[in-house]
Unconditional design. Structure first.
Length: 611
């Protein structure tokens, strides 16, 4: 048994991160310290004088762990990562776990592309973002690719006789693959793209206006209309700008907002001197958490995912550990300053944002109330299903629901899909895919049982990716699927409710089905009807997407990789050169040998295979 008093004596006097755990071994709080010895002891020596939140946390501490660090900065970074990983109950938490889209310019390539991504890699490319509006990101990427006729394909090498794709033929690519543009000329376009993505839109607008005027003077009205549409699109993307400052600056304004029940952070973004957007983030706090602590925790958790942080962050009061926060955010020689403006345009901007927040509180409260009412209503519906299945529901804020589906083509390329909901929320990071291994032919029940066996076997083995057990399983199907799943669970010694979601002849969710054949008809249970239908559509989509991708990969493999002497490198070279399998079939030995890496013997093998 863990002896807190004895382990307090062993704490080192150095920087580090500590993790408090409850009697179930779950991490309930993560903190950093300049001195682990002094900081952790404080919780147990002065708990009676602490605020109610700290007293409640200390009463639940059964043990603690710590990780030593070389510096306080290392401790701060580790603390941030551990909070994101474990989402401890007593930490101030950013409740928004979305992965935001970025725009990447692949500057490491000879002919860079402009792409949307949700993953930042340390690969030498230029990243811009994150952006809150994925639709706007798609528009920007498409617009820039059209304006500058940028390369869109992923090919990096272009052998002799490389065939250009459709984009070249419809004048949406300059034809880098056939040598129609030099690297230097192409790079000039990329420099202009980077300039625009850095917030400087005026040079691009001026250039487009000049081209539109020139086309108009030449009576090329279709060309002029194209540039007019580009200009209109750029202005539309930027029309969220609400106020202009005197100087061209990039900065953010971070303000805490509380209503009677919820806490939020409101983030105002200023780019190129213009207030261009506002985002709201709900955070998990206690009534005793002060506003400055909310701001400090938000800054750590939110900006840790940014490639480039704006050089200035305005706040209404100085957060704790401000020097350490500034050092944490300052990267690659770019200094970041967090401060409270006292006068001038930045003070006016802060006042404007504060006034805006006062009006916003009413709307936030109404939205939060509406969301809470929906969560409460669906919780009651799920509880009724669990009771009807013969179980007593645990008292949870949101029940974890898992659903499974099988997808195949007449038993070929059979795959399974698992999705997860917690209340109304999709938990996409917990989605899982399975390639069916032991079942041959179109046997959905057998495939389903294999998937469920593998999923819960790994949970019992302690696999972190499967460790969470659902409160209920909503199967895509009827009594047969429920019975098949229950047999596997009983064999594994796992007892959780399993129900089916049966469809009618129009493929609409008709009823919740139990193992003994009883049903809950959904005609008059509108909320449960929508919830079950949403789960069914999501698991079906996830299964089909995986099946299609697997089928596509296997199609390529079955045609080319079965040929003696053709591996992945030669296969890709053949596809890059000939574009289609049909063209490869029709090619002569001499034509095949023009592809890099294809020798005469390999070319003859290809011809023999297809003949």
């Amino acid at each position: 048994m863990f002896d807190i008093k004895e382990n307090l004596k062993k704490l080192p006097d150095c920087p580090g991160v500590y993790m408090h755990k409850d009697k179930l071994g779950q991490i309930i709080y993560v903190g950093k310290a300049i001195s682990l010895k002094n900081r952790v002891r404080q919780y147990f020596q002065s708990a009676a004088k602490s605020n109610p939140k700290v007293r409640a946390m200390v009463s639940n501490i059964a043990e603690f762990e710590y990780i030593t660090c070389s510096t306080e900065m290392e401790a701060l970074i580790l603390e941030c990562n551990l909070i994101k990983k474990y989402m401890p109950k007593y930490n101030v938490l950013l409740r928004d776990d979305k992965t935001y889209p970025y725009i990447v310019v692949t500057t490491t390539e000879d002919f860079p592309r402009v792409l949307k991504t949700r993953i930042i890699a340390k690969d030498g490319n230029r990243y811009f973002g994150p952006y809150s509006d994925a639709r706007a990101v798609n528009q920007i990427v498409e617009l820039l690719s059209n304006i500058y006729s940028l390369k869109r394909c992923s090919a990096k090498e272009f052998p002799l006789h490389f065939r250009p794709c459709l984009n070249y033929h419809i004048n949406q690519c300059k034809g880098v693959c056939v040598g129609k543009v030099s690297k230097e000329e192409y790079r000039q376009s990329i420099d202009k793209v980077i300039e625009f993505l850095s917030g400087k839109e005026k040079p691009l607008l001026r250039s487009l206006e000049e081209k539109m005027q020139q086309a108009s003077e030449k009576l090329e009205f279709e060309e002029a209309a194209k540039y007019r549409d580009y200009i209109s699109s750029i202005k539309t993307i930027s029309e969220t700008q609400r106020v202009t400052m005197i100087h061209d600056k990039d900065l953010d304004v971070v303000l805490p907002v509380k209503d009677q029940q919820n806490s939020f952070i409101v983030l105002f973004t200023v780019r190129d001197g213009k207030l261009s957007g506002r985002e709201t983030f709900q955070i998990q706090t206690d009534e005793n958490d002060n506003r400055d602590e909310m701001v400090a925790e938000f800054i750590k958790q939110y900006y840790s995912q940014w490639a480039v942080v704006p050089p200035e962050i305005l706040v209404e009061s100085t957060p704790p550990d401000i020097e350490l926060l500034e050092e944490f955010l300052s990267r690659e020689g770019r200094k970041v300053r967090i401060f409270v403006p006292q006068k001038g345009e930045k003070k006016a901007l802060l006042n404007l944002a504060q006034s805006d927040c006062i009006e916003m509180v009413k709307t936030l409260s109404e939205k939060a109330k509406s969301n809470q009412e929906k969560q409460t209503a669906i919780k009651a519906e799920i509880e009724s299903v669990i009771r009807e299945a013969g179980y007593t529901p645990a008292d949870k804020q949101a029940y974890r629901i898992e659903s499974y589906d099988i997808s195949n083509t007449n038993g070929v390329d059979s795959v399974g899909a698992m999705i997860v909901f917690e209340g109304l929320k999709r938990i996409r990071k917990d989605y899982r895919r399975f390639k069916i291994k032991t079942i041959e032919g179109p046997n959905d029940y057998g495939s389903l049982q294999e998937m469920i066996y593998r999923r819960f076997k790994r949970a019992k083995a302690g696999d972190p990716a499967f460790i969470k057990i659902p409160d209920a399983i909503f199967m895509d199907g009827g009594q047969g699927q429920v019975t098949a799943a229950r047999k596997v669970l009983i064999a594994l010694g796992i007892d959780i409710p399993v129900v089916g979601m049966a469809k009618d002849d129009s493929h609409r969710t008709r009823a919740i089905v139990f193992e003994d054949g009883r049903e809950i008809l959904l005609r008059e249970r509108n909320l449960l009807f929508k919830y079950a239908g949403t789960i069914q559509e999501e698991v079906h989509r996830f299964a089909i997407d995986y099946h299609r991708s697997l089928r596509s990969k296997n199609a390529i493999h079955s045609v080319l990789d079965n040929i003696s002497g053709v591996g992945p490198t030669r296969r890709n070279a053949l596809l890059n050169h000939f574009q289609t399998i049909e063209t490869i079939k029709q090619a002569s030995v001499e034509e095949l040998m023009k592809v890099p890496g294809i020798t005469e013997s390999v070319a003859e093998n290809i011809k023999e295979y297809f003949s």
